[in-house]
Design a protein around this ligand. Structure first.
Ligand SMILES: *Cc1c(COP(=O)(O)O)cnc(C)c1O
Length: 354
């Protein structure tokens, strides 16, 4: 049995894998891989997937959900293009690699980006909380969970400006108030499904208001909403597996139940990191992520022995991102607490061996 702590693409429930595998062979007589996206059976999949996103996140009326391709990386561009207004100026928080990516892409499409706060001075090991928000901004952008560093906003920025969030790595992990946002986007491969689909949750009143002179049809959320995620061929298989996962999520208590489980998993692991004399958590305690737990060995010379120990226990995906080193245990929804206990036991045993 493998315990997959990988950061993304990541673990999904075993039953979702089984149903997805079955549909590759037989989805109403065809393979899900060959069915036309215009066929009523697939249109029903798309409609239900959108409905279940809304149900799982309690999306209020006045919002639309679309599935697109391109990953969150294209979301950086889509967010900037669609939220650009007369000021052509936006506020961003630089909390790491993905946030910096969003800043870079916004500038490329002509947004004058003000970085309102950054944690770059300490290699992004905290969430900056000291900032002022100018009033002449078109929107405010932040990254709710910093997948690589292991920091997470525990309180979202409060503003009257349109709020935009890259929620790729903690969407569906906790209860959120969608009504606070104009736009949320997230790549599927961290809590929703396989790579290939990206979701956008957009306030209808924000659609069609862009002042960008450049707006490819595919990147225009208004057109995507009008065409009900069928402007072109959607990522059929990815959407189907996301639907299976959403059904499974809702059958298992929904997002509020996941939030409880995710807190329990994270608490178990952080408690061990803090108790164990061989390890140190990588980020400021109050900003610790419940999704991606980052830590280091106090004595680097122990690393090959520790690596052998967790590998022998069936753990995979534990090394930190190549830009940070150390370790990163990703605790996405589908990871059972039993897997976290296996890691904790390895850490305890490693310490007791001296
Ligand atoms: C993984 C990730 C991305 C990049 O997603 P892609 O789908 O690979 O483009 C962006 N933002 C966050 C927060 C992520 O975790």
């Amino acid at each position: 049995m493998k315990h997959n702590f990988g950061a993304g693409p990541c673990i999904l429930p075993q039953t979702v894998f089984e149903k997805a595998a079955a549909a590759v062979l037989d989805f109403n007589g065809l393979s899900i891989l060959e069915v036309s996206h215009r066929h009523k059976d697939f249109v029903a999949v798309m409609d239900e997937a959108i409905e279940l996103v809304k149900k799982a996140l309690n999306v209020p009326t006045g919002y639309s959900v679309v599935f697109m391709q391109g990953g969150a990386s294209l979301g950086f561009t889509i967010a900037a293009l669609n939220m650009m207004r007369d000021n052509k100026r936006a506020g961003y928080f630089n909390t790491g690699t993905w946030a910096s990516g969003a800043i870079k892409e916004a500038k490329k499409v002509g947004v004058d980006v003000s970085v309102l706060a950054s944690s770059e001075d300490k290699n992004f090991n905290y969430i900056p909380k000291d900032y002022t928000i100018p009033s002449d901004l078109d929107y405010l952008h932040f990254t709710s969970n910093n997948t690589i560093y292991g920091t997470q906003y525990k309180q979202f920025p409060v503003t009257d400006l349109p709020l935009v969030c890259d929620m790729s790595s903690d969407i569906f992990s906790q209860v959120i108030d969608v009504s606070k946002f104009d736009l949320i986007y997230a790549g599927a491969q961290k809590n929703l499904g396989p790579a290939g689909a990206t979701i956008y949750i957009v306030k209808d009143s924000a659609l069609g208001k862009s002042t960008s002179p450049f707006m490819p049809s595919y990147l225009d959320l208004k057109q995507q909403v009008d065409k009900e995620s069928m402007l072109n061929t959607p990522p059929v298989f990815s959407v189907y597996v996301a639907l299976l996962n959403l059904r499974n999520l809702l059958e298992n208590g929904g997002v509020s139940e996941m939030e409880k489980r995710n807190i329990a998993k994270a608490t178990l692991l952080y408690n061990e990191i803090d108790r164990n004399t061989l390890f140190t958590g990588s980020v400021k305690t109050e900003d610790r992520s419940n999704m991606n737990v980052t830590f280091t060995l106090n004595d680097e010379s122990n690393s090959s022995a520790f690596d052998s120990a967790w590998k022998a226990a069936g753990i995979v995906g534990l090394p930190g991102h190549r830009s940070t080193g150390g370790y990163r245990a990703s605790l996405y929804n589908a990871l059972p607490i039993e897997s976290v206990q296996v890691l904790v036991d390895v850490m305890k045993h490693f310490e007791s061996q001296g």
